[in-house]
Design a protein around this ligand. Structure first.
Ligand code: FAD
Length: 385
């Protein structure tokens, strides 16, 4: 293989470049990035950058030392075998990495609608979070909760509008979501509320009510950024379909990060995980696969969120669980563990209890079982359950 093209210069893209070089690949690498920035981490955008504690979050990497031709501001438009068509012309390849991530879903309407995906989005939004500003946030998922945290801290009048009956319902279910509702003190949290459109000056609800706002932020989820592949001869279904080696259906092609729907050997299902840990670690396997090595990507998925002064961490895949068991004080530090009918732990969520997360993740990785009766005692470590 002489020339690998990596499309998407986010974390997954740049980590794949590093992994290729780390594994001794000495051929040419071209990294194509639609944004004008060099690669950066996104989690700080809704935390330290939005809170004004940091201005950037660039990935600590040396593109010159990696000997990669980095093409910022260049967008891939289409793909045929061996050729990526870009806004700057065609680029031939004999190895391809698809790492185009995901993009926010927007709502109908002509009013100004902010999303939070890029560094530029974060700077634009930060400038608008000023004391007294009326901020309407649509969606009480991970991004909505973190934006609400920053807006409340900035002294804004915050309304959060959520279609489900609790925050975080889509991500972790309504039972867990209900426990986070108390964190929204001082925020006008509208649950079971559907938005019709984002209009000039605010948000029109389906029931006709108009919620006035100076700033509207839409945080209702993302979709894999694979539109550029629509006419390519490659399997797409909720992202780029890849096997447990992250190999796509097109020859000499792998996909990683938010855009890849990979087969999980551990959970016997296809997963597409829109979280940082996947973008960080899957590239090792993608690079190995591209170079002809036989490795499998089989992680216990992990993510975290910092909201309303709490560190929320999650590991596993809870749809595989049947019982939910709580530990700790719902008003303070607590965690939740999902078990199967025969007591195997498949997921853990920890609120300000990092030890539960770390131990739970290890036990899930080892395929361990837990004693449900001991589990309810928060003073007994998961390791001893
Ligand atoms: P991306 O980071 O989306 O990078 C893909 C890149 O490809 C982008 O720069 C994009 O512009 C580019 N691209 C797309 N299409 C094309 C094209 N056709 N041609 C060229 N380039 C293209 N995860 C956590 O676990 N914890 C958190 O606390 C957390 N916080 C987050 C906060 C925010 C505000 C956001 C947006 C995400 C957060 N995440 C968090 C998720 C995490 O950042 C993502 O999972 C991760 O960025 C995915 O990396 P990626 O490289 O796959 O995709």
């Amino acid at each position: 293989m002489d020339h690998v093209v990596v499309v998407g210069a986010g974390l997954a893209g740049v980590r794949t470049v590093e992994a290729l070089r780390g594994r001794g690949f000495g051929g040419r690498i071209t990294l194509i990035g639609q944004e004008r920035h060099r690669p950066y981490d996104r989690p700080p955008l809704s935390k330290s950058v939005l809170l004004g504690e940091a201005d950037t979050s660039f990935v600590d990497t040396d593109l010159a030392a990696l000997d990669v031709a980095f093409l910022p501001g260049v967008c891939a438009k289409a793909l045929r075998e061996g050729v990526v068509e870009t806004t700057e012309g065609e680029i031939g390849y004999d190895g391809l990495v698809i790492a185009t991530g995901s993009e926010p879903i927007r709502l109908p309407g002509d009013g100004p609608q902010h999303v939070l995906r890029t560094l530029d989005d974060a700077h634009e939004l930060r400038a608008m979070l000023v004391p007294g500003a009326r901020v309407a946030i649509i969606g009480a998922g991970w991004i909505g909760a973190e934006v609400a945290t920053a807006a409340r801290r900035a002294g804004c009048a915050v309304t959060v509008i959520e279609a489900a009956g609790t925050p975080l319902a889509t991500a972790v279910g309504t039972e867990i979501g209900a426990r986070t509702q108390r964190w929204y003190e001082g925020i006008d949290l509208r649950l079971n509320t559907m938005v019709r459109s984002v209009d000039e000056g605010g948000v029109r609800l389906v029931d006709g009510e108009f919620v006035e706002a100076h700033v509207v932020v839409t945080g209702i989820g993302v979709r894999p950024a694979v539109e550029w592949l629509a006419d390519a001869d490659i399997d797409l279904h909720n992202g780029v379909v890849v096997d447990e080696h992250l190999r796509a259906s097109l020859p000499h092609t792998v996909a990683v990060g938010d855009c890849a729907a990979w087969w999980s050997r551990r959970f016997h299902t296809r997963l597409r995980i829109e979280h940082w840990d996947t973008a960080l670690n899957a590239p090792e396997v993608a690079a190995a696969t591209l170079l002809g090595e036989d490795t499998v990507y089989d992680p216990v998925p992990y993510f975290w969120s910092e909201q309303f002064g709490h560190m929320v961490q999650y590991a596993g895949h809870h749809p595989a669980g049947e019982r939910l068991i709580y530990r700790g004080d719902p008003e303070g530090k607590w965690s939740a563990v999902w078990l199967t009918a025969d007591d195997a732990i498949v997921a853990v969520l920890a609120v300000d209890r990092p030890r539960d997360l770390v131990q739970g993740r290890r036990i899930i990785a080892a395929g361990g079982r837990l004693d449900a009766e001991r589990l309810v005692d928060p003073d007994v470590s998961l390791r001893d359950c």
